[in-house]
Design a protein around this ligand. Structure first.
Ligand code: ZN
Length: 263
């Protein structure tokens, strides 16, 4: 059995240890989890989820009359918050999710062209380093790159981002990490399954994971006194713990959806 997310957490810790520019990554506060994602379909291979973004300023949505511009209805006043994730007493600042098997089966010629002479699996290492590079050096939010004039580039992925990631990948490989450490990125899903029979990983129960959520707050002074439409979605969750995590066998077919029979 290959424990994919444990192996990936080990790789994250090894990269943080060996690459000085990523020394601010705190493996004990970075949760790696897996999600299902089919190979060859649209969607992310991996994602960096930040849990340290500040609570938003309070506000509300509103509907206005098209002709007059007068506000006719509005939502309750709300803020958006990052949920807290606390695993066995340790707060988590960032989560890295990988979609399986899509992550292991990615083929990107464009990415590989950045690594002349290196084997195709380097694109998976590139993805891991890419997500770690999103972690801001001060641990607050996602990294913003400075432009030549010293101002911040508002784009999440300016071209410099990809060049920086390549340099970090090469500097990690230059430290000669072991094949054992690299196994999690060296093989596609079928190979991992053939070598270990099963590929398992930590995931959140009920396939939902911690995301920014809306919290209704007291009405702001000056909020228009019109009809208030309550939010339709159930309120998001504020706290997740190890009780929300399970280990799932990603090498087994997804259980079929059982239709609910009317009584
Ligand atoms: Zn990115």
């Amino acid at each position: 059995m290959f424990h994919f997310t444990d192996a990936l957490s080990g790789l994250v810790a090894d990269i943080a240890l060996r690459v000085p520019a990523l020394a601010h990554v705190r493996p004990e506060r970075t949760l790696v989890f897996a999600r299902r994602g089919r190979s060859g379909t649209e969607g992310p291979n991996a994602t960096c989820h930040c849990l340290t973004l500040p609570t938003s300023e309070p506000g509300y949505y509103f509907w206005a009359d098209e002709a007059t511009g007068v506000i006719t209805r509005r939502s309750p006043c709300f803020v958006t918050r990052s949920p807290r994730v606390v695993i066995r007493g340790t707060p988590v600042d960032y989560m890295i999710s990988v979609t399986l098997p899509r992550f292991t089966d990615q083929v990107s010629r464009r990415k590989l062209e950045r690594y002349p002479g290196l084997p195709p699996w380097v694109v998976r290492l590139d993805t891991v380093v890419h997500e770690l590079y999103h972690i801001a050096p001060d641990g607050q939010g996602l990294r913003q790159l400075a432009r030549a004039d010293g101002t911040f580039d508002a784009r999440t992925h300016p071209p410099q981002f990809f060049d920086d990631v390549r340099d970090l990948v090469l500097s990690y490989l230059a430290t000669s990490p072991s094949d054992e450490m690299l196994e999690v990125v060296m093989h596609d899903f079928a190979t991992l399954k053939a070598r270990h029979e099963a590929v398992v990983g930590v995931t959140f129960r009920e396939a939902s994971y911690p995301q920014r959520y809306v919290e209704v707050v007291d009405d702001l002074p000056g909020a228009p006194g019109v009809l208030v439409e309550p939010f339709k979605e159930p309120p998001g969750r504020a706290l997740f713990t190890e009780a929300d995590l399970i280990v799932r066998d990603f090498s087994r077919a997804q259980p079929p959806v059982v239709p609910v029979r009317a009584a």
